[in-house]
Ligand binder design. Structure first.
Ligand SMILES: [Zn+2]
Length: 330
């Protein structure tokens, strides 16, 4: 048996041929790989990869107890997909083969929309508010995969993204919180000090969108402690690095809390919440004073420098004498 080399497997056209072939050779032909056999479109096995995505995210972020946002995107759903029930039994419609075909086509393996609905049954109810599905409703039967003439008429279809989803993405996909120090025990609570940070460098664009979607938005805790307004001047105006220092209290370090972006009408959690102060300390590896076991660069206590400062450091390293010069000096 010949096994393909890594190069053969990662060769893009080969990978594409392996992944797009429909089962009946009507669109693209299947691809035979020595050592693997005949390969075809994985959509036949898992048309909606929601379960696969959840499993993979668990591998990538093992400490995350839940996902901030899960967005499933469909390729179109027909309004006329329902089977109309006839008045009398008809062998051509109700025989075993037609029933098998209908069952297959409407099963989660072949119908992505059905796959999404059924996958939701296996998820905890408290996670469903962070799961969204976008799909284009199409009147009449769905066009064939290779019906390119339909593309021009489909361009005119309106495609809308719910405002709720936009606000959720703005809050949970771009902003997160880190402690800057260990919580301080006070008389009857703990004071947490930390930074709300943005995962992107183009903060101004994100802030503008937040002001548009949620006028007068501010940060607050789940208990309603106001953490201050959202301003463009939090951070560095030169490079777009965003950092808003905040303080809030929790009754104990195991209390589950959240930081939200909110105004009088809406509130949306930023990334990573709900979480306790103890979980934040553990995730930031505050106990690893001599270096983290996973060798990540994050330090405790965290050093907060904007992208300008990081670029300066890089330039200084570049201007150092080359290794040859150093050896000569020795
Ligand atoms: Zn900067």
């Amino acid at each position: 048996m010949k096994i393909c080399t890594q190069n053969e497997l990662t060769y893009t056209p080969t990978s594409a041929e392996c992944s797009v072939a429909a089962p009946f050779n009507s669109f693209f032909r299947t691809k035979f790989l020595p050592g693997f056999g005949l390969l075809q479109d994985g959509g036949v096995r898992a048309n909606n990869p929601l379960a696969i995505a959840l499993k993979e995210s668990n591998k990538i972020w093992p400490s995350a107890k839940k996902n901030d946002l899960l967005l499933s995107i469909g390729t179109g759903v027909s309004t006329s997909g329902c089977y109309s029930v006839p008045d009398a039994s008809n062998v051509f419609c109700d025989g075993s083969i037609p029933r098998l075909i209908r069952a297959t086509l409407s099963s989660p393996c072949m119908d992505g929309e059905q796959g999404f609905v059924e996958a939701l049954n296996y998820l905890p109810s408290d996670t469903k508010s962070d799961i969204f599905r976008l799909n284009q409703v199409i009147d009449g039967p769905l066009p064939r995969l290779d019906d390119v003439e339909k593309i021009s008429s489909m361009l005119d279809l309106s495609y809308s993204v719910p405002d709720h989803l936009i606000r959720t993405i703005l809050a949970s996909a771009f902003f997160f919180f880190e402690l800057d120090d260990e919580p301080v025990k006070r008389h009857d609570d703990f004071l947490c000090q930390g930074s709300i940070l943005c995962s992107r460098g183009d903060t101004n664009i994100i802030l503008k969108q937040i002001f548009l979607e949620m006028p007068n938005a501010h940060f607050q805790t789940a208990r309603g402690q106001n953490l201050g307004g959202i301003h463009g001047n939090d951070g560095c105006s030169l490079c777009g690095y965003y950092r808003k220092t905040v303080r809030f209290s929790v009754t104990n370090v195991d209390e589950m809390t959240s930081i939200e972006i909110a105004n009088t009408r809406f509130s949306h959690k930023i990334g990573g919440f709900p979480k306790s102060a103890q979980e934040l300390l553990t995730e930031q590896q505050s106990y690893a004073h001599f270096g983290r076991a996973d060798h990540k660069v994050a330090q405790w206590p965290p050093s907060r420098v904007c992208y300008c400062s990081r670029a300066t450091k890089r330039r200084i390293q570049f201007l150092e004498p080359s290794l040859d010069q150093k050896r000569r000096k020795v």
